[in-house]
Write a protein that binds this ligand. Structure first.
Ligand SMILES: NC(=O)c1ccc[n+]([C@@H]2O[C@H](COP(=O)([O-])OP(=O)(O)OC[C@H]3O[C@@H](n4cnc5c(N)ncnc54)[C@H](OP(=O)(O)O)[C@@H]3O)[C@@H](O)[C@H]2O)c1
Length: 283
């Protein structure tokens, strides 16, 4: 593993880098270059998904990097869209398809992309994830966008605890309650859109004032907030200078009062999502 980036231990024993590279909205044709730039900069964890349509480009960059497989942590996700019924065979086929596109014989983490509670099928999908985990073709399995009640349902019907729950999380939507649920269940919290998609969040005076104070960028301050809360982060960028900037966050630390000032931005009723609500999102 890259020395610079700390790792967190997942409940299967694997070590996952606390900072990785996300590739949502990176076209397949650009993914090889973006992921290649990230690997060259020192990232060792890549977050893709079947629905991003860039598993092939991601896999090409991984192969071209020449890095030993055991130094890399690759995540992909099952796109459990409503276009089909997600029985065991369909899940296994989708997983094979992702591995084939990535050109890998295993991934480090395989996630159910959305719970879609109105479809009432995530428990049966999880049963197939148990098989995938047992086969070793995904070293760890987890979920994404699961709510406390979804995690509770899984716990009632399966002995396998998700290693990770990847959810929308940033200072404007800090997910304090969900993080406490994760801590109690031994699930690692992974933050998607950790930079708030590079929009309003990075322009807020509370954030830019801290950027000035620490002589760092707004994005670096926000990433430090996540790291100091113990979140895994997967910022996305196709801009080489930003790719490097987002990794250069291990040489400074926010004071506790500054972490608290960022906590206040989205505390309680002030919290707001950028992305869809998992209670309603059906794809
Ligand atoms: N599980 C899920 O349902 C789910 C949902 C959403 C995202 N994700 C994952 O989470 C990853 C990250 O989330 P995200 O892509 O939505 O948003 P994000 O990482 O919060 O923000 C990405 C945006 O911020 C810009 N940016 C990056 N670094 C910056 C910097 N240092 N300064 C200023 N702007 C910067 C990027 O622009 P440029 O690219 O133009 O540089 C891009 O527009 C995704 O790529 C994906 O892997 C998962």
């Amino acid at each position: 593993m890259n020395q610079q980036v700390p790792t967190l231990q997942l409940n299967n024993g694997s070590l996952m880098p606390q900072l990785g590279f996300g590739v949502w909205q990176v076209p397949d044709a650009d993914a090889e270059h973006a992921v290649g730039t990230a690997l060259e900069a020192g990232y060792r964890s890549i977050d893709t998904a079947a629905v991003y349509g860039n598993e092939k480009g991601t896999g090409k960059a991984v192969a071209a990097s020449g890095l030993p497989r055991e130094e890399l942590f690759v995540t992909t996700k099952l796109w459990n869209s409503r276009k089909q019924r997600w029985g065991r065979d369909e899940v296994l086929r989708a997983f094979d398809d992702s591995l084939g596109k990535l050109g890998l014989d295993h991934v480090d983490l395989y996630l159910i992309h959305w719970p879609r509670p109105m479809r009432d099928d995530f428990v049966s999908i999880w049963k197939t994830f148990e098989e995938i985990a047992a086969s070793g073709r995904a070293k760890a399995v987890g979920v994404s966008n699961f709510r406390p009640e979804d995690l509770e349902r899984l716990a009632a019907e399966s002995a396998l605890v998700p290693a990770v729950n990847q959810v929308e999380l940033h200072p404007l939507f800090p997910q304090a309650e969900l993080r406490a649920v994760h801590a109690a269940r031994g699930i690692v919290t992974e933050a998607w859109s950790p930079l708030g998609q590079g929009k309003e969040l990075l322009t807020l005076p509370a954030v830019t004032a801290l950027a000035d104070k620490y002589g760092r960028s707004a994005a670096q301050v926000v990433l430090r907030w996540h790291l100091q809360h113990g979140n895994i982060v997967i910022p996305k960028s196709v801009t080489p200078a930003r790719i490097r900037e987002n990794l250069d966050v291990f040489g400074f630390e926010l004071e506790a009062a500054d972490v608290a000032a960022l906590d206040a931005l989205g505390a309680g009723a002030a919290g707001r999502r950028i992305g869809p609500d998992p209670a309603e999102f059906d794809v």
